[in-house]
Ligand binder design. Structure first.
Ligand SMILES: Nc1ncnc2c1ncn2[C@@H]1O[C@H](COP(=O)(O)OP(=O)(O)OP(=O)(O)O)[C@@H](O)[C@H]1O
Length: 332
């Protein structure tokens, strides 16, 4: 049985329907009108225990709203969610013992308390034993260097410290299902690396993870499955490997020639490849279909006939693929 199952999950918000500007605001005051806005539109999602799932989409696609529905913060307008067999909104308290949640833009630390006191309060709230608490804090310290700021007041922490402390808070009761909404937002690269390593450990230990992030490196390093949503609906659901294999069908070579590149002439000479001008006059980008030609073949023919000064290889990144999925250029 899946640990999480959502069927036809839908959330509609009632929003003020007003014209822009001052006049619109005044008119809205006199005569209030509202219209419905569907932020999550019939999502089906099934997650098995131990899976690490990335939940991505452009701004406003409905990611945070979905996480709020899955965690029971919001009630669906239509459709159902079950987490370990429970309705997370109706059985919020029982559900809270089995899930961990982090919203990167918010904190669950008590602002005026030392980090350690927030963690102890959560320990009591969740009924964590002294032995388990000690063991988990030691482990978080090993991976996240918690002791560096345990005595500090939450409001004095840097963003990276705050996020590490919040992760410890979200995981202190050893939840089976963890939701992380933008856990690396605003962090510098070294803290990001550290958090990703920590999340990989978490997944290796069998925790089920749903991660939303705009940083695709988080996703590639931590998750095996990716669900892409756009305008509240699922645009892709499958493994990251399949996404790459299915959509990344071209590769490119940047050639740096001795003189200026004559793109039309080159395109005529090598019609099997696509030729575009590079940034410098002597640079040209050659794109080829990776299922038709091997890189060795392409490089062999190009270097033999053009004697480039230098070259570099590239393949479209997962960013490109996802951007094209968002733009509706690719089908599921
Ligand atoms: N409480 C609310 N009332 C009205 N509209 C809302 C509410 N919460 C979210 N929305 C709208 O629903 C849509 C989806 O918002 P949501 O925060 O889920 O998007 P998101 O994918 O998480 O975006 P981002 O990547 O920018 O965080 C947005 O248009 C947002 O304005």
């Amino acid at each position: 049985m899946p640990i999480l199952e959502a069927q036809a999950l839908t959330k509609t918000f009632r929003r003020p329907d007003k014209d822009s500007g001052f006049k619109g605001a005044v008119r809205h005051l006199m005569q209030r009108k509202y219209k419905n806005y569907t932020a999550v539109d019939g999502i089906d999602l099934s997650i098995e225990a131990g899976e690490s799932v990335a939940y991505v989409g452009p701004n406003g696609a409905g990611k945070s709203t979905t996480v709020k529905l899955l965690t029971g913060i919001l009630r669906p307008s239509e459709g159902t969610v079950r987490v370990m067999g429970r309705d997370p909104h109706v059985e919020r308290i029982a559900n809270a013992h089995d899930i961990g949640v982090l919203f990167g833009q918010r904190t669950q630390l008590w602002w005026d308390l030392p980090v350690e006191e927030s963690l102890k309060l959560l320990k009591h709230m969740y009924g964590v034993s002294d032995a388990d608490y000690k063991r988990r804090i030691e482990r978080f310290d090993e991976l996240l260097d918690l002791n560096e700021f345990m005595p500090a007041l939450a409001r004095t922490l840097s963003l990276g410290q705050r996020m590490r402390a919040d992760l410890a808070c979200a995981l202190i009761h050893d939840p089976k299902m963890v939701y992380l909404d933008e856990p690396t937002i605003g962090l510098d690269i070294s803290v990001k690396d550290r958090l990703r390593a920590f999340l990989r450990e978490l997944v290796n230990d069998g925790t089920t993870l749903l991660l939303t992030s705009h940083d695709l490196a988080d996703i590639e390093e931590v998750c095996e499955r990716i669900v892409v949503i756009d305008k509240g609906a699922v645009a892709y659901d499958g493994s990251i490997e399949r996404l790459k294999a299915h959509y990344i069908t071209t590769k490119a070579v940047n050639l740096y020639l001795e003189g200026a590149a004559n793109v039309p002439e080159l395109a005529e000479k090598f019609p099997d490849y696509e030729w575009t001008a590079g940034e410098a006059p002597s640079e040209v980008v050659v794109t080829y279909e990776s299922n038709r030609f091997t890189t060795a073949e392409v490089l062999g023919s190009l270097t033999a006939q053009l004697s480039p000064r230098d070259l570099s290889l590239s393949e479209p990144s997962i960013e490109d693929v996802i951007r094209r999925l968002y733009a509706g250029e690719l089908t599921k």
